[in-house]
Design a protein around this ligand. Structure first.
Ligand SMILES: NC(=O)c1ccc[n+]([C@@H]2O[C@H](COP(=O)([O-])OP(=O)(O)OC[C@H]3O[C@@H](n4cnc5c(N)ncnc54)[C@H](O)[C@@H]3O)[C@@H](O)[C@H]2O)c1
Length: 356
């Protein structure tokens, strides 16, 4: 009988800290991952405003192919710097990853860790626990449109909202698969089909068709304005939400407020079976960068989400429970009512993770 030994290769993770507070929170999140014992190997890339201002590089020529070929996942901080007013580097790096690597599902878990973090009266962690799946490669973000008679009183501007059958179907299917894999009971599709009838009509038809394949999952539809009201008035009723690129962008900021603010929110940009990208929801926050006050929890929870995606569920759970302990023991930064600096807060979480 053969005695086979399975050697597990460490997961290869490309790290792009980026700009501003990304450069502070991402290294702390890497320390937390190391303290979880996860078998990972990090390779850092200096893509961001500093590099762009030195040599004009946003993404090297074969950058996206290299990421897809050589890495299991990508971990990004944030991009955006007032020294680059056009934000060209951020667009090329971030939107480049989403569009050129076809990371079509933006996954935003919205979980309240402690009642004290929520601006809603009497809301508990049981009330706020849902996930938004945002279409990530189409819609008004495809940059199609134009201007006519610009700068004159007769100026006209158009911005096209692109919705393909393939793009709509795959993200809706992703939402149902996500619900099934995570023991969720309901998928809600949100649009504005009462006025945006053509695109909304496509979403409606495809949603009904795909839903037939998932008979165990309940379905619901809500116009996006009604959904905003529901998110504030009765968030407990929400489970998995699927929506287009722009509505997803907007409602996930509202969702971040429900869980304690941008500093607490994690996200993944996913194409199943391909190298996917994980990033905290917040931006580079230039006014607070370099001051050791940024909240590292969003980045740390994002790292946990990435590990879970890579099959390192036990390590991910350790990190999540260490963050929960930090919140319960008020080992937090000032934006969420604590008094710790970025480094202290993250070190506390790293030590706690190592002890679990
Ligand atoms: N995914 C990304 O990389 C991303 C997302 C949003 C904005 N941006 C870019 O970031 C720059 C700033 O944008 P913005 O001000 O609209 O959004 P932002 O998320 O950087 O900041 C919004 C507000 O939240 C606060 N905040 C954000 N993250 C925080 C954290 N971890 N801890 C404590 N407070 C935090 C900021 O101080 C600010 O008050 C711009 O260049 C923008 O284009 C990048």
């Amino acid at each position: 009988m053969l005695n086979a030994t399975i050697i597990l290769m460490p997961k290869r993770i490309a790290v792009v800290p980026g700009d501003g507070i990304g450069k502070e929170v991402i290294p702390t999140a890497l320390d937390v991952v190391r303290s979880s014992g996860a078998e990972v190997e990090f390779t850092s890339f200096d893509w961001g405003a500093d590099r762009y201002l030195i040599d004009g590089t946003t993404v090297p020529a074969d950058g996206f192919q290299m990421l897809a070929r050589d890495f299991d996942a990508i971990f990004v901080g944030a991009l955006g710097d007032p020294r680059v007013p056009s934000n060209i580097h951020a667009k090329e790096i971030l939107l480049g990853m989403r569009f050129k690597m076809d990371l079509y599902a933006n996954v935003r878990p919205v979980r309240l860790l402690d009642a004290s973090l929520c601006p809603l009266k009497n809301a508990t962690p049981q009330d706020i626990d849902f996930t938004v799946i945002r279409e990530n490669t189409e819609g008004v973000y495809m940059d199609m449109g134009g201007n006519f008679k610009m700068g004159t009183p007769d100026e006209l501007a158009t911005q096209e909202d692109i919705n393909t059958r393939k793009g709509v179907e795959r993200v809706i299917r992703f939402a149902f698969e996500y619900a099934r894999a995570n023991g969720r009971k309901k998928v809600l599709m949100s649009d504005k089909s009462n006025v945006m009838t053509y695109a909304g009509g496509l979403w409606q038809r495809v949603f009904k068709e795909v839903a037939k394949e998932y008979s165990e999952i309940q379905t619901q539809h809500m116009f996006v304005d009604a959904l905003c009201l529901q998110m504030v008035r009765e968030p407990r009723s929400l489970d998995v939400i699927v929506t287009n690129n722009m509505f997803g962008d907007i409602i996930t900021d509202l969702a971040a407020a429900l869980q304690g603010g941008l500093g607490m929110a994690a996200s993944g940009n996913i194409h199943p079976g391909r190298t996917s990208m994980f990033e905290p929801v917040h931006g580079s926050a230039p006014p607070i960068a370099g001051k050791n006050i940024a909240n590292p929890m969003g980045a740390i929870l994002t790292a946990a989400m990435m590990l879970a995606h890579l099959g390192l569920g036990a390590e991910a759970r350790k990190i999540e429970s260490a963050v929960l302990d930090a919140v319960r023991q008020r080992k937090m930064t000032v934006d969420v009512g604590g008094s710790m600096g970025t480094q202290e807060c993250a070190s506390w979480i790293a030590e706690r993770t190592a002890a679990l």
